[in-house]
Design a protein around this ligand. Structure first.
Ligand SMILES: [Zn+2]
Ligand SMILES: [Zn+2]
Length: 127
């Protein structure tokens, strides 16, 4: 089974993710814009038992646009927001696809909160 590694910028927080993600979603919500410092975030959802975590992390809780809480985890050394726990999907961990730094990572199958997508941003049609 293929294992992919997501890591923070300083490399001290690492997630080994076994197998294929259950789903991959591109999110335009404002919280993802703030978290990433970019125009959108991409989340890979994995069943919790497929992810093993090494290194320290801290967390904070935020509200999401959907009304469910999100517990965001980050590296205390570099601040990288590598993974989070969505209250809406308690059996899953969401991993920031950018943290894999792998252009071959499976493409997102959907995009959400497109009402917050910048007008200049064009993306291929996603299902
Ligand atoms: Zn770090
Ligand atoms: Zn979002």
């Amino acid at each position: 089974m293929e294992t992919r590694i997501a890591a923070c910028s300083c490399g001290r927080l690492r997630l080994n993710c076994a197998g294929e993600p259950a789903s991959v979603s591109l999110c335009h919500c404002r919280e993802c814009q703030r978290r990433t410092g970019s125009s959108y975030g991409i989340a890979a959802f994995y069943e919790r038992e497929k992810v093993s975590i090494s290194g320290e992390f801290r967390d904070y809780v935020r509200q999401s646009d959907s009304g469910y809480k999100v517990t965001q985890h980050f590296c205390p050394h570099c601040g990288g927001t590598v993974f989070w726990e969505p209250e809406r999907k308690p059996q899953m961990l969401a991993v920031a696809v950018g943290a894999f730094a792998d252009p071959g990572f499976p493409a997102p199958a959907k995009q959400v909160y497109t009402e917050h997508r910048p007008a200049w941003l064009t993306l291929p049609d996603l299902i």
